[in-house]
Design a protein around this ligand. Sequence first.
Ligand SMILES: [Zn+2]
Length: 177
Amino acid sequence: MGKALQQLMAGNDRALSAGQALPQPGERRPTAAVLACTDERVVPQALFDHPPGKIYSVRMAGNVYTPEVAGSLEIAVERLGCPLVLVLGHTDCTAVHMAMTRERLDGKAYEVARLVRHAIDGLPANTPLVQAVEANVRYVTGQLRERSRPLRERESAGLLEIAGAVYEIETGRVRVL
Ligand SMILES: [Zn+2]
């Protein structure tokens, strides 16, 4: 076991001792399904002050749309009755930055940047990163509505809210778009 994995397992021991490793008992009823970036500083449970069992979390670098992301959100909405889908971008996002700078990318990171580029296509090259982050969030919420019939229909029926927000890493504040 490498050092990093040992650190994780020590943390699991601490969480067990503190009673924090278990979700709250009872019916599964998440407050929200959050599509967030994979950035290690973005922790939906912490920044919304929700314990385990309350936030259904889907994470992809750049909080991009893919069919699998939509399918994961549909599980939360259809199976668990989740009333809110929140697309959560964040400031200082590496994935959006990669897409903006159009740097040459090897491997599969290219695929992430390619998806973000769809969202920011048409923005001037000198657009501030935060505006690109917002454009990406708006694009992804639009894609979810357009491409997922279950999400779209539930939203139309008033059973679901689909919203976008940006987490400001510098202040900790979440701003709903
Ligand atoms: Zn990010």
